[in-house]
Design a binder for this molecule. Structure first.
Ligand SMILES: [Zn+2]
Ligand SMILES: [Zn+2]
Length: 362
């Protein structure tokens, strides 16, 4: 760069030097455009190929629950239960990062090559048409630059402004610009190619174009309100939707710290069966008991939920409570005793059964 400017500052504004300056200025916008287009193509591919990310958020949640069961990591479970949105986001980031690492040479690199080729063709076409325009209009280098930058403005973040300060009044042979660019462009492209790897790709890419961010946008723009009893996430696909929140699978409310009044016994109740019972509960914000059947009377967060009575088996969360009983007891400083004693038949579910039964709810 400094060499070019030295030649340039010493007065000899040849087409060769102007061409080199143009190429130098194009480097960064070309790289950004190649990364951006590759990321876009890759996002489309991940959206159709990656099992956890190719459907709705409910499909994604099923994969998250499967992964949590495979890993059997209590802290990760609590992260999912307490801050589901962040957990979903980091799950998506991990999936995308694995995909990029696994598929780098077979899928990401070829996409980048293709985008480089296309961009090179577009730039040469713009250069060629600018030369023709100058010839027809008997224009000068100023007209050439204007035409060139205008044609590329859709492809690159590059405008005449980027060339302001570049002297071009006395360029000897405008026709040569196209040749100089044809010669210099492959050098820039191979430079970009050589810097492209699994580490630089996500880092050099503008945040908003990153495949994980695009997928987070796509999959996480929905309702995240959690059941006030069991923390299950509303499955409505619209953020700030009208009507009640709802979800197909509720959980044992003890895993959210609910316990039997005046005891230190964590509750084994499941919201869907409780709302069919004759019992009462005490909302977290008051000392007035509310009949389960009329849980909405508790107002606030309770009023906005539609919890339908359902006595069907929910092996996944029963398995979870059995598997992590000690961890939950420690976490909430309470125990599954007394009314909260875990029924023996809960212990009969295998992890495999627990995970399998998730599928029928999606
Ligand atoms: Zn619930
Ligand atoms: Zn909702």
């Amino acid at each position: 760069m400094s060499d070019i400017f030295q030649k340039y500052c010493h007065g000899a504004t040849s087409a060769a030097i102007l061409g080199e300056i143009i190429c130098e200025k194009l480097k960064e916008p070309i790289e950004q455009s190649v990364y951006k287009n590759t990321a876009r193509d890759l996002t489309d591919e991940i959206r159709s190929n990656c099992e956890s990310l190719n459907g709705s958020r409910s499909n994604l949640e099923q994969h998250i629950l499967k992964t949590l069961a495979e890993e059997e990591d209590f802290d990760k479970y609590m992260d999912y239960i307490e801050t589901p949105r962040d957990h979903f986001k980091s799950f998506i980031r991990d999936e995308v990062s694995h995909y990029i690492t696994d598929q780098f040479s077979v899928s990401v690199l070829p996409k980048m090559e293709e985008n480089i080729k296309l961009l090179q063709q577009k730039i040469m076409k713009a250069a060629h048409e600018s030369t023709e325009r100058v010839q027809v209009k008997r224009g000068d280098a100023g007209l050439w630059l204007k035409s060139f930058t205008q044609q590329l403005s859709d492809e690159l973040i590059f405008s005449e402004k980027d060339l302001s300060g570049v002297k071009h009044d006395d360029v000897d042979d405008v026709n040569l610009l196209e040749d100089v660019i044809r010669k210099e462009l492959p050098v820039i492209m191979s430079d970009i190619r050589s810097r492209f790897n699994t580490e630089t790709f996500p880092v050099k890419l503008d945040f908003k174009f990153r495949p994980d961010e695009l997928l987070i946008d796509h999959l996480c723009q929905c309702c995240w309100v959690q059941c006030p009893f069991c923390k299950a996430i509303c499955t409505n696909t619209i953020k700030n939707h009208d009507g009640d929140h709802s979800v197909a699978i509720h959980r044992n409310i003890g895993l959210n710290g609910w316990f039997y009044r005046k005891t230190t016994n964590l509750s084994i109740n499941i919201c869907t069966s409780s709302v069919a019972s004759d019992g009462n509960f005490y909302p977290s914000h008051s000392d007035d008991k509310v009949p389960w059947r009329e849980y909405r009377r508790a107002g606030g967060v309770y009023a906005d939920w539609s919890i339908t009575p359902d006595l069907s088996e929910l092996p996944y969360w029963k398995w979870f409570v059995c598997r992590f009983q000690k961890d939950l007891e420690e976490y909430y400083k309470k125990t599954f005793d007394g009314h909260g004693k875990i029924p023996d038949n809960w212990r009969t579910y295998s992890k495999h059964e627990a995970v399998e039964t998730l599928e029928k709810y999606i």
